[in-house]
Design a protein around this ligand. Sequence first.
Ligand SMILES: Cc1cc2nc3c(=O)[nH]c(=O)nc-3n(C[C@H](O)[C@H](O)[C@H](O)COP(=O)(O)OP(=O)(O)OC[C@H]3O[C@@H](n4cnc5c(N)ncnc54)[C@H](O)[C@@H]3O)c2cc1C
Length: 441
Amino acid sequence: MTASIALFTRDLRVHDNPVLTAACADGDAVVPLFVLDTELLDKVRHAPNRMRFLVAALSELDAELRSRGGRLIVRRGRIAEVVAQVAREVRAHRVHLAADVTSYSVERSAALRDRLAEIRCDLRLHPASITAVDATALRPDTGRTHYAIFTPYFRRWLDTPMRRPLAAPKALTVPAVESAELPAPGELCADPGSPSLAVGGETTGRKLLAQWLSGPVRQYEATKDLPAHDGTSGLSPYLHFGCLSAAEVVHRTDATDPGGLAFVRQIAWRDFYHQVLADRPEVAVEDYRPAFEPWQRDSHAVAAWKAGRTGLPMVDAGMRQLTEQGWMPGRARLIAASFLVKTLRIDWRIGARHFERWLVDGDIANNRMNWQWMAGTGTDTRSSRVLNPLRQAERFDPDGDYVRRWLPELAGLPGAEIHRPWRAGMLSGDYPPPIVEFNGM
Ligand SMILES: Cc1cc2nc3c(=O)[nH]c(=O)nc-3n(C[C@H](O)[C@H](O)[C@H](O)COP(=O)(O)OP(=O)(O)OC[C@H]3O[C@@H](n4cnc5c(N)ncnc54)[C@H](O)[C@@H]3O)c2cc1C
């Protein structure tokens, strides 16, 4: 009997999974393997929401595999050692793995390839498993090694043929091999995280996607920037953990409809940032382009920002949602990030780290590159853009409903008055005065 290994990382799904499909076609039996990689877990132990989401996603993946006659094999330890050990146990000739873009994942693949070579086992990397389009495939005609501007990238991306979604395997033969128990919630991280965190996996993600595509996506253009309307898909954690395939999401979206096209464009932003990082992995920590002004140090202001107590309701509402739910709509992320980096002039890395501690979709490419975009050190062509939270509130939360939802101490203020509590004489109550002044106060 020949066996191969499908090594899951952040592609926790059976549908449209090039890794699983290739592994199933590559022998008589397949080991669907997930390694609780102790080195990686040490790096993300401070992120309870992602740890909880991961536990739920593994459980749904196991259920999907079991319904096809298989099961998820879970092991714990240093990944290259563990995979080599499993490969030896089942005499696997090949390990299949999704190609990824972070420095950690690139080093992981190299270490794995070397370790497996010692036991004469191949490693095969599958591109376009984590992104819709291979993160290393598109190059601009200018000779640059990645696209630095989104619009030409998007044009090219739209013209790039994508595979048709791969069906989930109908049945799986998993050889007799030992597995640890699936991790329990709280096992990977003792911190309980956000009280209203929503978790799920492939099964839940597919239901949410079907629901989103059945109607709400058509309103996306009109509602995506209105945080009170919940007008975005909410699929980011499912895409981050690969419970949903970005390629399948694009394939199933009707891009002839303006809402569908606007939605697909956001998936292309995700691909865009992944292709930047694939070419320049160091920009996860270094400025993509140099910052011209020095960053300020202000621990009190940073603490107020983290606690959602800057006195600017539109900023604070987003920051409260972040800790309560482990998630924020895109517009709230932009406003909160602009306030930190452009108004307070605090280094984007401080904001990015805080977001990664809480965000259930916390993603190196998307988070760091969006922070850099806002900080003016990234790919934004208008790097001096500053978002005034009062103007943003007027435009995107005209009735104050978003702020009312997250700042209960201001809920008594009617309509848009909630955005300027200082005018309503609310400053003696629970809510702090603004830590900075803006035009229009
Ligand atoms: C400062 C900052 C930090 C961010 N950090 C993250 C992060 O850690 N993880 C993350 O997935 N997204 C991040 N984003 C991008 C974006 O805000 C979220 O993807 C989006 O709000 C998630 O909600 P949704 O799934 O409802 O998105 P939708 O609006 O429904 O969009 C669909 C999908 O497109 C992708 N997408 C949307 N906007 C962007 C964008 N600007 N850049 C890259 N991909 C995008 C996401 O995968 C998203 O799920 C960040 C944005 C900012 C401004």
